[in-house]
Design a protein around this ligand. Structure first.
Ligand SMILES: NC(=O)c1ccc[n+]([C@@H]2O[C@H](COP(=O)([O-])OP(=O)(O)OC[C@H]3O[C@@H](n4cnc5c(N)ncnc54)[C@H](OP(=O)(O)O)[C@@H]3O)[C@@H](O)[C@H]2O)c1
Length: 315
């Protein structure tokens, strides 16, 4: 048996704690996968973590493990997002970091409780609404940050029906950084049942997240808003697709663990050197190049207005 001598923690081992008060970080989709790994890592760094999930049993387990405050909300319902925001606002404390991590992939067309295509509703409309409703508390922070967990698959928005798009997708799932040609965001296809393709809906929702992140950065200069690709990570996100789940399993060495997948989220949430960095896209804890279309300001304004209309907020 190996006995390790305990010599006390070095300054490097010690969790990083703020001198005045622990920073508060809200993490959605923290009941499993990348979100849970992110919550664990930020807790270790001394953050006061507020976790959000939709499954009460999973939430209770995470709450017990992390000693974190837990909030339940199903992002398929905008009413539940509003109730969540009310509960978070009612805590009466500044929010330093919001990590919009919850995400879904549907193989078949699924409608949200508000009647919208569910991938767009959960991955974009819910975080759009939550972020806007939490802005008053984010603005109370000395250095507010919003982190949007998007995906490299945003590059494929609007072009997944082509043979090239499909080939690029398969290669992308295995983690090779091959890029498709950027395509325009197709608002008119959002809720179309005919010809629905899970990959297309997912890619579009992930593109919307980055476009929203950049527009938020422009509209709220004091709030650092950045988006990221976590890598190809072995989680439940592909549970709806037997083919993708198999690819993830076969991916072996190029597929990340949830802990590895959480690193860029943790970096964007906590790295002091990123103070003032906003409106960027990251992968592997480094700035990366998103699809060119995310720089289209007219597109961003249209998406902002369309989203505001759908969630019932003024543009
Ligand atoms: N894994 C990858 O390779 C990969 C690659 C690129 C981007 N991403 C993104 O990373 C983020 C985290 O995903 P993951 O890979 O960790 O997958 P995951 O294990 O399936 O985690 C997704 C989280 O989102 C929650 N969620 C799903 N639908 C929800 C809804 N309607 N309301 C509230 N919460 C909901 C899930 O809750 P339940 O536990 O109740 O299902 C879970 O906590 C997602 O935004 C995903 O798109 C993942």
């Amino acid at each position: 048996m190996t006995v390790r001598k305990l010599t006390g923690m070095s300054s490097l081992d010690r969790p990083i704690r703020c001198a005045m008060r622990a920073k508060t970080c809200v993490i959605t989709g923290a009941s499993g996968g990348i979100g849970l790994a992110t919550a664990r890592a930020l807790r270790e760094r001394g953050f006061d973590v507020w976790i959000v999930g939709r499954d009460p049993d999973k939430l209770a387990r995470v709450e017990a493990e992390l000693g974190a405050v837990a909030f339940r909300a199903d992002f398929s319902s905008l009413d539940e997002v509003r109730a969540l925001a009310d509960a978070l606002l009612a805590r009466g404390r500044a929010i330093d970091v919001l990590i919009n991590n919850a995400g879904v992939w549907h193989q078949r067309f699924t409608r949200s409780r508000d009647g919208f295509e569910d991938t767009f509703a959960v991955n974009h409309l819910a975080p759009y609404l939550l972020t806007r409703l939490l802005l008053p508390r984010l603005r109370q922070s000395d250095e507010p940050r919003v982190v949007h967990v998007s995906s490299r698959l945003h590059h494929q928005a609007g072009q997944t029906s082509s043979l090239r798009g499909r080939a690029v997708h398969l290669v992308n799932v295995l983690g090779v950084p091959l890029r498709a040609v950027p395509a325009a965001f197709e608002e008119d296809r959002l809720d179309r049942v005919e010809g629905y393709r899970g990959l297309e809906a997912y890619a579009r929702s992930k593109l919307a997240q980055i476009v929203f992140s950049n527009e938020l950065a422009r509209r709220e200069p004091r709030v650092a808003s950045n988006a990221l690709h976590p890598g190809s990570v072995a989680t439940d996100v592909t549970r709806d697709s037997a083919v993708l789940s198999l690819l993830i399993k076969l991916g072996g060495f190029v597929i990340k663990t949830p802990e590895q997948g959480a690193r860029t989220s943790v970096h964007l949430a906590s790295e002091p050197a990123l103070r003032g960095v906003s409106g960027r896209y990251f992968a592997n804890c480094r700035e990366a190049e998103p699809a060119r279309v995310v720089h289209d300001r007219a597109l961003a304004e249209r998406l902002w207005a369309l989203s505001a209309d759908r969630v019932g907020l003024p543009a």
